[in-house]
Design a binder for this molecule. Structure first.
Ligand code: OSB
Ligand code: MG
Length: 384
């Protein structure tokens, strides 16, 4: 019994406090999807500080408005302050793998939860002196990168964007589509770039009943996948649609948990899964979903939420896990920001890869000036 307790104590983290910093970051280029236009991001940075002064960082990926999913920056902040920190402060000694269990009573709000869970994963990796990707059990030291290109003002501008990203080396190009801006775009891009690995993302903008013909037409363009054509809750309609298409469907918004992934796979709603660390609630759940996908021979890839450097670094770590066999939406910092919040900023090789970092934790330094110069709130954890 004593041995077991000592072992447990060794694996737990004496967290002293959490901190939230809010940073406002203008995007270099406006990003348009079927659900709206994003000009900049309000980013909540979570710091988890232990008794030795180690700091782990997490980033909340909720958007400014609840248009992608039900979460938003302000709602996430409320849930963190009123629910997440109080639940965690009753258990001052925890390990990263325990966090999702402790926060289990919270329904939804997984982007808020993930920000904290991921900060604790970073902290734990730093305490044991391992790069986070190795601590999570990653198996590859280099990850494959794709890009997500928003809806542009004209087809010509879209073609120029695609050309630039192909030139930069990205291994897969994804273009956003919405009703009225779909077949025409895909046809033009495919004509200009017959050989590229191409996919489309509709962000839930279509309805099976009205748009089956249009989806069938997309089958003609040799797409790697069609991402989230229908609403998040439409697992049954996605299964019906997949049954009528040769192109694999990929689910993004529909997959908020392991349970969603299991049901989507069982129903045949998709042949590919996009895992977003925030949407599914952090590294624990993400790892379980990719394991399930491996068992079922469903390829997965890492989705993006226009993250700043901390979120991006967590995405890199996650993408080293075995199931992540397709290029993720993890592109270079400079595509989004004049100045990222980490150093060095994230760069992509001419071959379209990112090398997983070798330093402990997320493996990047967070710019201390940026944290110091922004509004922050501190939440103490009381020792048990
Ligand atoms: O559906 O993948 C999406 C951005 C915000 C919200 C949803 C999505 C996206 C992207 C951008 O496609 C991916 C990225 O470059 O971060
Ligand atoms: Mg998507």
């Amino acid at each position: 019994m004593k041995d077991r307790m000592e072992q447990t104590a060794e694996q737990t983290i004496p967290i002293r406090h959490f901190e939230i910093n809010e940073i406002e970051m203008p995007l270099r280029h406006t990003f348009e999807t079927s659900f709206g236009v994003t000009k900049g991001r309000r980013v909540l940075i979570i710091s988890a500080v232990d008794a030795d002064g180690n700091v782990g960082f997490g980033e909340c990926t909720a958007m400014e408005q609840p248009f992608y999913n039900h979460e938003s920056v302000d709602a996430a902040r409320e849930v963190l302050i009123r629910t997440v920190f109080p639940l965690l402060s009753n258990s001052s000694l925890i390990s990263a793998a325990d966090v999702s269990g402790i926060l289990g009573p919270i329904k939804g709000n997984r982007m808020a939860i993930a920000a904290v869970e991921n900060a604790i994963w970073d902290l734990e990796a730093k305490r044991v002196g391992l790069p986070l990707w190795k601590h999570l059990g990653g198996i590859r030291s280099s990850i494959d990168c794709g890009v997500s290109i928003g809806i542009q003002k004209s087809v010509e501008e879209l073609i120029d964007c695609v050309a630039a990203e192909v030139e930069a080396g990205y291994q897969r190009i994804k273009i956003k589509i919405k009703p009225g801006h779909d077949i025409r775009l895909v046809e033009a891009v495919r004509k200009q770039f017959p050989e590229i690995v191409l996919s489309v993302d509709a962000n839930a903008a279509y309805v099976l009943q009205d748009d089956l013909c249009l989806m069938k037409e997309l089958d003609r363009y040799d797409l790697l996948m069609i991402e989230q054509p229908l609403e998040a809750g439409d697992l049954i309609d996605h299964a019906k649609l997949q049954g009528q298409l040769a192109t694999p469907l990929c689910l993004d918004e529909s997959i908020a948990s392991f349970r969603d992934a299991r049901q989507a796979i069982e129903l045949g709603s998709c042949r590919i899964i996009n895992i977003k660390l925030g949407r599914v609630g952090g590294h624990n759940e993400a790892r379980r979903i990719q394991e399930l996908a491996v068992t079922n021979e469903i390829p997965v890839w890492c989705g993006g939420m226009l993250e700043a450097g901390i979120g991006r670094a967590h995405n890199i770590a996650m993408s080293t896990l075995a199931g992540f066999t397709l290029p993720g939406d993890i592109s270079a910092s400079h595509r989004y920001w004049e100045q990222d919040i980490i150093e060095p900023s994230i760069t992509v090789s001419p071959g379209g890869t990112i090398t997983a970092p070798s330093k402990p934790g997320i493996g990047f330094e967070v710019n201390a000036d940026i944290l110091r110069s922004t509004a922050s709130s501190k939440f103490s954890v009381h020792s048990a």
